[in-house]
Unconditional design. Structure first.
Length: 94
């Protein structure tokens, strides 16, 4: 793909910069850690009347978008989606 089309491809998918793309990875990993801690502590926020944050659903959404864009638009440009794919695999096993 031509390098000048990369920003357009990201924009079409709702990602406006490389910083925004990196934030998707960070957000997905934060969801992963939230999910891990929630599993370990068996803490349920719904008992307190608070709406429960769905770590797995949100994490999957963030990480899948990250993986799709990196594989499609940033292949061979120094971006790596290995960790995101590992986390997605763990989410799939949940």
């Amino acid at each position: 793909m031509l390098s000048y089309l990369i920003p357009y491809v990201c924009f079409v998918q709702g990602v406006f910069s490389d910083t925004h793309l990196l934030a998707l990875m960070y957000a997905g990993e934060l969801c992963y850690w939230h999910w891990q801690i929630e599993k370990e502590t068996s803490r349920d926020l719904e008992e307190n009347g608070a709406k429960k944050f769905n770590s797995v659903s949100n994490g999957r959404r963030f990480l899948q978008k990250f993986v799709d864009i990196v594989k499609e638009s940033f292949k061979g440009k120094g971006w790596d989606s290995t960790r995101a794919e590992q986390i997605l695999g763990e989410f799939a096993g949940s």
